[in-house]
Design a binder for this molecule. Structure first.
Ligand SMILES: Nc1ncnc2c1ncn2[C@@H]1O[C@H](COP(=O)(O)OS(=O)(=O)O)[C@@H](OP(=O)(O)O)[C@H]1O
Ligand SMILES: [Mg+2]
Ligand SMILES: [Mg+2]
Ligand SMILES: [Mg+2]
Length: 312
């Protein structure tokens, strides 16, 4: 099937896979040149040259390919006029396009652009990037349709596989996940929680402790934490605090749920990813692996913590 005839959701994902790979190589280039150009956007919130360049590459490439689609990136408006030509990626991943599009998205056309929003986090785990925890760094491209996170890409620029560097994982609800082999963690009496490394606070600690974990992993990035759920390394990802934004969770939520896991706020509700959605995930992030009862985890989060977060 010619690319232009494929359903829009499939084409955005196929383009996203290629552009995320390019963004990953830009992130590695900035690090190897050693001039990170760190800016403190606000307290505990950094931006580097890699965040800026990766975003320019992704937004420029996707805007060129899909001029009618709303794209929202973490780093705000990017100058798309003066970017190096090698940052413009016009390819779509041919392997991915061999998959059949789930029926639900077959009739969605580019003209119905109002219902589709692409959420871009050009570099998730910026604090970890600046501190040398490079494995935690990911590029996130999420697609929402009618406000629901349905598809996404998590690219790990520093994942090592023999001589190869980098890998790209995709997911689409109704189709599944690809680019890696998911591992479903067992429920054998252990309960491993993954949580923030760089944004830990009292509220996050209280929620984590309430689950009585047998092990706590503290790593950077929403993308990396969700990968830990998908690779059998943790049962739950707990961040009972505001801080994460829609571009942090859109792709991870879609990929996790395409495999049977769940990602919600502390009340157990899904976030909305429409164009007008507020960026902040005010009610935190609770995500669970496929083999875990999500509602049970939500029930264990202390009521006083939920009241403090919702104001009710
Ligand atoms: N308090 C606060 N202030 C500003 N930004 C915050 C905060 N908490 C989380 N975040 C953003 O969420 C992304 C993941 O961060 P973490 O790994 O620390 O936390 S989390 O557990 O996934 O929320 C990470 O995204 P990137 O900016 O893309 O690296 C954080 O910036
Ligand atoms: Mg950031
Ligand atoms: Mg992020
Ligand atoms: Mg980021």
């Amino acid at each position: 099937m010619a690319h232009t005839q494929c359903p829009i959701v499939m084409r955005i994902l196929a383009a996203g896979i290629q552009v995320a790979n390019r963004a990953g190589s830009i992130i590695r280039d900035v690090m190897s040149k050693g001039e990170l150009g760190i800016v403190e956007k606000s307290k505990n919130d950094l931006q580097t040259e890699a965040d800026r360049s990766s975003q320019q590459c992704i937004i420029a490439s996707l805007t060129k390919q899909f001029p009618n689609i709303k794209i929202i990136g973490e780093e705000g408006q990017s100058d798309l006029c003066n970017i190096p030509s090698e940052w413009l990626v016009m390819e779509q991943d041919a392997e991915f396009l061999k998959n059949s599009c789930p029926n639900k998205y077959l009739t969605l056309t580019e003209e119905q652009f109002d219902s589709v929003v692409v959420w871009v986090d050009p570099l998730d785990g910026t604090t970890e990037y600046t501190q040398g925890f490079l494995e935690h760094v990911t590029v996130l491209i999420g697609i929402s349709v009618n406000e629901e996170a349905v598809g996404g890409i998590i690219h790990q620029p520093y994942y090592k596989n023999g001589e190869d560097i980098g890998r790209t994982i995709w997911g689409l609800k109704g189709l599944g996940v690809g680019g890696f082999q998911p591992i479903d963690i067992r429920n054998d009496g252990q309960f491993v929680v993954t949580t923030t490394r760089s944004h830990f606070n009292e509220s996050v600690k209280n929620a984590v402790d309430a689950l009585k974990p047998t092990e706590i992993l503290r790593v950077g990035g929403a993308g990396y934490k969700v990968l830990q759920l998908l690779e059998g390394k943790a049962h739950a990802y707990i961040f009972a605090s505001p801080g994460c934004k829609k571009w942090d969770t859109c792709a991870p939520e879609a990929i996790l749920e395409a495999h049977g896991g769940v990602l919600t706020d502390v009340m157990g509700n899904h976030y909305s990813y429409g164009e007008k959605a507020i960026h902040l995930n005010k009610l935190g992030v609770i995500a669970t692996a496929k083999t875990v009862d999500h509602q049970n985890v939500i029930n264990l989060i202390p009521a006083n913590l939920k009241e403090a977060m919702t104001g009710k």
